[in-house]
Design a protein around this ligand. Structure first.
Ligand code: FAD
Length: 416
């Protein structure tokens, strides 16, 4: 792998930048691997990277039915934060945050992680109670989060409308200064490049169509390019986790919903941070290209369609314009949807399944991008050792049997 540096940049400038090597190979699948990862999104690629880097397991294939990052990784609004309520969640998401903070250096690839601050608005008394409770819980866990008055919120984000007579008045806000955004496809490409350089095979345009299970053990995957034997299989197929798991005879407690986002025409820097309003299901930031990036809540009905209802977007834009009237004359360029797998407690499932050697990492719902490095790191540990890492141990499938739920939906009013 060519390391990016001032020297490699200068050297390649001499040849008109025509001799940069490809980031990753496109190998034919081998007949067998120690580990097969289903899904070439950020989580699957990060898992492969840490398997090779931390656990020295390099006989690994990432099998992707489309192209890298073509799933939710390339469709999300890239908000990164770790101020979740429960101890288990704070540990998981802050583990990811710490990895984000060194990721560009680790991967020798600029993932454009920008800690511009994530502000979550409170619009009513209940919001304020939840906000205060979350801030206290975060601080006990060593996660930064602070309470702002409406005036302080406006100082941090000048376009914010803090008039008292609007439909969604701002009563206060929680600010995580370490939160921010990252460049989604750079994350997938950076992990892919790193994993490939250590010997991982990244196989695109290859769909997993079946899981071969013999006497309760998964032994390999049927794919559109033939059978591939596998010592262990990791399913990281967000949006289609239930479909893939059902190939191994497993029914997951998931519902899949469309989730939409949209971007505006690009404008000069006008929006300094990320603002989320969970109550009205809208969030907004400005990309480095200048586009306003706006996200909605999930559609209310389950579907595998990668587009959602127009009324959801209308509702989101109405709310955004009340909060930020200065954007009222901006034109929206495009909108799209992704499919998010949602668990009953709105926390992910990372761990073993009833089928030996078949492991899952799914159920991230509307908020898995922020967890990408941490999720890959702990899932690699799980695949390498056969046992969960202490951080993902509480996120096993068994919690839906023993009732030890991690209910981030009710507690944090997350926009699901
Ligand atoms: C509109 C939108 C906005 C979002 N905003 C945010 C946000 O601001 N912050 C945040 O933290 N999260 C956000 N999310 C959620 C986040 O995008 C996801 O949780 C995260 O990207 C999941 O990553 P992944 O790698 O698991 O999934 P993906 O990137 O979806 O990767 C899964 C891959 O599996 C592949 N696959 C599926 N079935 C098969 C098969 N049978 N064989 C082979 N491959 C298969 C798919 O093609 C896909 O590439 C958002 C999601 C959406 C849709």
């Amino acid at each position: 792998m060519t390391r990016f540096s001032i020297f490699s940049l200068a050297k390649n400038a001499m040849t008109g930048h025509s001799k940069w090597p490809e980031y990753w190979r496109s190998p034919e699948p081998k007949p067998a691997y120690d580990v097969v990862i289903i899904g070439g999104g950020g989580h699957g690629l990060a898992t492969a990277y840490y398997l090779a880097k931390v656990h020295k397991i390099t006989n690994v294939a990432v099998i992707e039915r489309g192209w890298l990052g073509g799933g939710n990784t390339g469709r999300n609004t890239t908000i990164c934060r770790s101020n979740y309520l429960y101890d288990e969640s704070a540990a998981l998401y802050d583990h990811a945050m710490k990895l984000w903070e060194g990721l560009s250096t680790e991967l020798n690839y600029n993932v454009m992680f920008s800690q511009r601050g994530v502000m979550m608005l409170a619009h009513n008394i209940h919001d304020m109670q939840v906000t205060r409770r979350t801030i206290h819980a975060n601080r006990l866990n060593g996660v930064d989060n602070e309470l702002l008055t409406p005036e302080q919120a406006k100082e941090f984000c000048p376009p914010l409308n803090i008039s008292k007579d609007i439909r969604y008045p701002v009563m206060g806000a929680a600010l995580q200064r370490r939160g921010g955004t990252a460049r989604h496809d750079a994350v997938a490409w950076g992990y892919a490049r790193g994993a490939d350089s250590m010997g991982v095979d990244i196989i695109q345009n290859c769909e997993v169509t079946g899981i071969r299970v013999e006497q309760g053990r998964a032994v390999g995957v049927e794919t559109s390019r033939g059978f591939i034997k596998a010592g262990r299989i990791g399913c990281v197929a967000a949006g289609h986790s239930s479909v893939v798991a059902s190939m191994a005879g497993i029914q997951l407690p998931l519902e899949s919903f469309p989730l939409q986002a949209l971007v505006s025409e690009p404008v000069k820097p006008a929006f300094p941070c990320v603002v989320m309003s969970n109550t009205i299901h809208a969030y907004i930031s400005q990309s480095d290209k200048g586009e306003l990036v706006i996200g909605a809540g999930t559609d209310q009905f389950i579907s595998y369609s990668q587009r959602g209802g127009m009324q959801i977007i209308e509702h989101t834009l109405e709310a955004i314009l009340e909060l930020f009237p200065m954007f009222s004359r901006m034109r929206m360029l495009r909108s799209w949807g992704g499919i998010v797998d949602v668990t009953p407690d709105r926390s992910p499932i990372i761990g073993k399944t009833p089928v030996e050697n078949f492991f899952i990492n799914c159920g991230w719902g509307t908020g898995g991008f922020k967890a990408t490095p941490g999720s890959g790191h702990v899932f690699a540990h799980t695949l390498a050792t056969g046992e969960p890492h202490p951080i993902n141990a509480p996120f096993g499938l068994e919690r839906f049997v023993n009732g030890r739920l991690i209910d981030e939906a009710a507690a944090a009013a997350v926009a699901h």
